[in-house]
Design a protein around this ligand. Sequence first.
Ligand SMILES: Nc1ncnc2c1ncn2[C@@H]1O[C@H](COP(=O)(O)OP(=O)(O)OP(=O)(O)O)[C@@H](O)[C@H]1O
Ligand SMILES: [Mg+2]
Length: 413
Amino acid sequence: MAVVRLEHLTKVFPGGTTAVDDLSLTIADGEFLVLVGPSGCGKSTVLRMIAGLEDVSAGEVFIDGDAVTGWPPKLRDIAMVFQNYALYPHMTVQQNMGFALKLRHVDKAEAQRKVNDTAALLGLSALLERKPVALSGGQRQRVAMGRAMVRQPRVFLLDEPLSNLDAKLRVSMRAELARLHQRYRITTVYVTHDQVEAMTLGDRIAVLDRGRLQQIGTPDELYRAPGNRFVAGFMGSPSMNFATVAVGGTGDRVTVTLAGRELAVPGALLRRPGLARYRGATVVMGLRPAAFAVCGAGDEAALPVVPLGVESLGDEKHVLFEAPACSGSTGSSRADDVPSRADDVPVTVDDAAATELWTAKVTQHVDLAIGRPLTLAPDLTEAYFFDPLSGLAVPETPAEEAEPHRAESAAVG
Ligand SMILES: Nc1ncnc2c1ncn2[C@@H]1O[C@H](COP(=O)(O)OP(=O)(O)OP(=O)(O)O)[C@@H](O)[C@H]1O
Ligand SMILES: [Mg+2]
């Protein structure tokens, strides 16, 4: 068991790629931290630096207070399952799994017991005598997991360990991983592209973009209170829909103009007092696919859409349609008194979203056809708002009233 602390961790590869940029975070003893972000954002590089397989360009790695930055991998007591794991082809499953124990001169009977227990957990008991060539991709992946697990290291580093498995096996392995973690509580850093894995496995999730930490928090915090537009767009599947909308209204009322309709934002000043400062300017509004209901054309908030795609997933359907026109978004793009950030925040802030498709989730019972118009009512109580320039979230609660733990999960620039 161990606390892993990264301080200002930076990796610049020869040739100039900054793969990891000033990353600071602490992984608590026994915590399961999920690292997510788009391809190339530096996830594997972070793991490799923690493991000692990659030199750091700047910053420090601490394990239980020891600055291990210069330590060779074998002294760190870390087990890593690689994105492209490799098994020893000439060894059986049993030998592959027991190899690390053999290197550590663990008693033979003890090693055998550990291998057998782990193999049973992973459903590999019947395959112990086979060589990797005679295994399926999923079985090989489980052997790679088992090889790391038998050692019960201080820290587990898992780089997309389930990516080669079919959907059903993924689900059962995911449940198995959660159970194993409950049982052994080994500090774990887990890299994945999979939303569901991130949300279900992580005690906390750290979101990276271009080597920089965007936000760290519990799955719920990231989903409910994304600190910036990047995190909002990254967490949740299908992704959040974005539109640049004009903000208006007077007194207690704040409105946004979507598809030529001025819609009141419910409880705007109560829940998002910051929104009032954008009156007369624009703000980026985000709506998750689930924030739409099919409604009649007469509904006040009705958004007429023409489905360009319909995806039936059995228990729900996804409707894809052109993002609504954002009329009224003229004039200056921001209010003068909106605080801006001094440093450049590497979040994607552009108007590309305006020309993208939006997705709405509806129940399986809605009769849909491509090209047949329908009306959807967006639920603005479920809307998110972001500054059009900085991409930072317009906070839901006034900063001074925010709970202390919010600081931990706040967006990091
Ligand atoms: N040995 C290397 N030399 C130069 N650049 C590298 C090297 N390894 C990685 N990079 C670059 O560093 C960046 C981060 O790579 P990394 O493998 O950490 O990304 P990742 O988040 O794990 O991506 P993926 O999800 O595709 O696995 C990328 O731009 C990559 O091209
Ligand atoms: Mg990777």
